[in-house]
Design a protein around this ligand. Structure first.
Ligand SMILES: *[C@@H]1O[C@H](CO)[C@@H](O)[C@H](O)[C@H]1NC(C)=O
Ligand SMILES: *[C@@H]1O[C@H](CO)[C@@H](O)[C@H](O)[C@H]1NC(C)=O
Ligand SMILES: *[C@@H]1O[C@H](CO)[C@@H](O)[C@H](O)[C@H]1NC(C)=O
Ligand SMILES: *[C@@H]1O[C@H](CO)[C@@H](O)[C@H](O)[C@H]1NC(C)=O
Ligand SMILES: *[C@@H]1O[C@H](CO)[C@@H](O)[C@H](O)[C@H]1NC(C)=O
Ligand SMILES: *[C@@H]1O[C@H](CO)[C@@H](O)[C@H](O)[C@H]1NC(C)=O
Ligand SMILES: *[C@@H]1O[C@H](CO)[C@@H](O)[C@H](O)[C@H]1NC(C)=O
Ligand SMILES: [Zn+2]
Length: 456
């Protein structure tokens, strides 16, 4: 009877505490997703970034995010917020052409939803839940009416608006309670712009811009603290791609191999998208033999690992330059840094850091895929994810509410169990060998004793 009473009390108090701890938080968790464009993973190792390091100390770090091919800005930003490879979300390049509709995509001032409608980004899924709102400061696509809806709060893209202005808008929106903002995004063009201009190997100039980026992070944290938002908000700081050094000596000139009238150049470098005017085989043969520093693929032969095939916006022939090489028709204006190359190159990878009640404290992981970010964000916001290419379990160790054993821990446990088993086996063998031996003696002794006249 008393046991029953005890169990019932325990059961109900359990329910009560669960409810209690939930309402102690905000009713809906808040998540802020920040991207610093072109933040190559190893900048974190090679430059002093005190504010970012402070952020990571109490949060999590993923050292390399394996991003999507092609490693460009618009495609990877859309992969982050949809969990889809580029062939599946439809933003397959920064410059696109659709042969069926004859439309051209040329951002940043292209607001035609046509390009974005093949997927539903998380800021829209969030708003399709009851009483939830999204806010955005210039994340690619947030000012477009995707599926007939923009982010509730958003800013029209304008490169001249300062980081501080964007950040102040976002924090004010996050603090607004009517309607309550549960998901927000913030985008900044650096260190990408400087990476292109100077090249990532220009230590002095990259140091300057990374110092500014780090100050922006410090300012953001200070602002969130000033508004009293810091303790409850979850923040992800990540990026779309890395950057590699280019040079004036590493140029592939298409004009040397093929006449311009034979094809349309939809996108240029380092992944050139080629639309043949008439004879595809003819164009392919000429390009195939053009340079040893680029790979030439017919669309149907693009390697599976790129997940870059099933979309009309991928052109019939693509050229992929080797790291550091530039594809041009003639003499180009060379950028000293560039990205877009093979996503297996570690120079193309960004990082991810996160902080807040949803995340583990002080945990570091080597890698995740860029498409894994989406299911993790849906989990934090309690949203049912749209069909996607991400794997939730890849991010379990980053999350405070998930049970996770890291690889070193797992190896430790296995070794520990094996040692205990070995010890037990040894003990058993020793005891087995020991016990029978003294027996004959004891028997003999006993028999001797039996005959002892003193006992009998
Ligand atoms: C898009 O939204 C507007 C109002 O915001 C509505 O009038 C229109 O019918 C909607 N279109 C579609 C295709 O849902
Ligand atoms: C972009 O922002 C700048 C600085 O705030 C402003 O002067 C300019 O008018 C804006 N441009 C557009 C098109 O809104
Ligand atoms: C944040 O929102 C609260 C409640 O709406 C308001 O009282 C407070 O002044 C806001 N904070 C700032 C710094 O604007
Ligand atoms: C195709 O390019 C070749 C040179 O490679 C040129 O001779 C020829 O005229 C071009 N064909 C067309 C249709 O422009
Ligand atoms: C296309 O070009 C290839 C190789 O140059 C040639 O063998 C073929 O006959 C051409 N086809 C047509 C339809 O012109
Ligand atoms: C292809 O390249 C080889 C070696 O680089 C060269 O000998 C050959 O002439 C080239 N063929 C054409 C059609 O350009
Ligand atoms: C990625 O996800 C989409 C949506 O579920 C699916 O159609 C596509 O086949 C997936 N791609 C891969 C390579 O699994
Ligand atoms: Zn760039």
């Amino acid at each position: 009877m008393s046991t029953m009473y005890f169990m019932l009390t325990f059961f109900f108090s359990g329910i009560v505490t669960c409810h209690g701890s939930k309402s102690a938080y905000n009713a809906v968790p808040q998540l802020l997703l920040v991207s610093f464009d072109g933040f190559r993973a190893d900048y974190l190792k090679n430059y002093k970034l005190p504010h970012l390091q402070e952020f990571i100390k109490d949060g999590v770090l993923v050292k390399h995010v394996s991003n999507a091919f092609i490693t460009k800005t618009f495609p990877n930003h859309y992969s982050i917020v949809t969990g889809l490879y580029e062939e599946s979300h439809g933003i397959v390049a920064n410059k696109m052409y659709d042969a069926d509709t004859k439309k051209k995509f040329s951002p940043p001032h292209d607001l035609d939803p046509f390009w974005w409608n093949e997927a539903t980004p998380i800021w829209i899924t969030n708003q399709q839940q009851e009483s939830r709102t999204s806010a955005a400061a210039m994340w690619p696509g947030t000012d477009v009416k995707i599926n007939n809806m923009t982010s509730h709060f958003f800013m029209k893209y304008n490169v001249s608006v300062s980081f501080v202005e964007r950040m102040e808008k976002i924090v004010t929106w996050l603090n607004s309670s009517n309607p309550p903002v549960s998901f927000a995004t913030l985008y900044w063009e650096e260190p990408d712009a400087s990476g292109h201009k100077y090249g990532p190997e220009d230590i002095e100039n990259m140091h300057k811009v990374l110092e500014q980026v780090d100050d922006h992070i410090g300012f953001l944290v200070a602002k969130l603290k000033a508004f009293g938002l810091w303790d409850n908000i979850n923040i992800i700081i990540t990026s779309d791609h890395g950057m590699t050094q280019c040079s004036r000596e590493k140029i592939i000139k298409l004009d040397k191999c093929i006449g311009r009238d034979n094809y349309t150049l939809v996108d240029t470098t380092p992944v050139a998208a080629i639309l043949p005017r008439s004879n595809k085989t003819y164009v392919y043969n000429l390009l195939k033999n053009c340079s040893t520093h680029m790979k030439v693929y017919l669309k149907e032969d693009i390697p599976d690992r790129f997940h870059y095939h099933h979309n009309n916006r991928i052109q019939p022939i693509i050229l992929v330059a080797d790291e550091g090489w530039t594809i041009a028709q003639n003499d180009p204006i060379i950028r000293l840094g560039d990205h877009g190359y093979d996503n297996a190159l570690s120079s193309m990878h960004p990082f991810l850091a996160a902080h807040g009640p949803a995340f583990t404290k002080g945990y570091k992981q080597n890698t995740i895929n860029i498409v894994d970010i989406y299911p993790m964000m849906c989990h934090i916001l309690g949203l049912k994810p749209q069909p996607n290419n991400g794997t939730f379990s890849n991010t379990k160790c980053l999350l405070a509410d998930q049970w996770c054993v890291s690889l070193p821990e797992a190896i430790g446990i296995v070794i520990g169990v094996l040692m205990v088993l070995t010890t037990l086996t040894c003990l058993l063998i020793i005891m087995k060998n020991r016990v029978p031996t003294p027996r004959p003696f004891s028997r003999l002794q006993l028999q001797d004793d039996d005959d002892d006249p003193l006992i009998g």
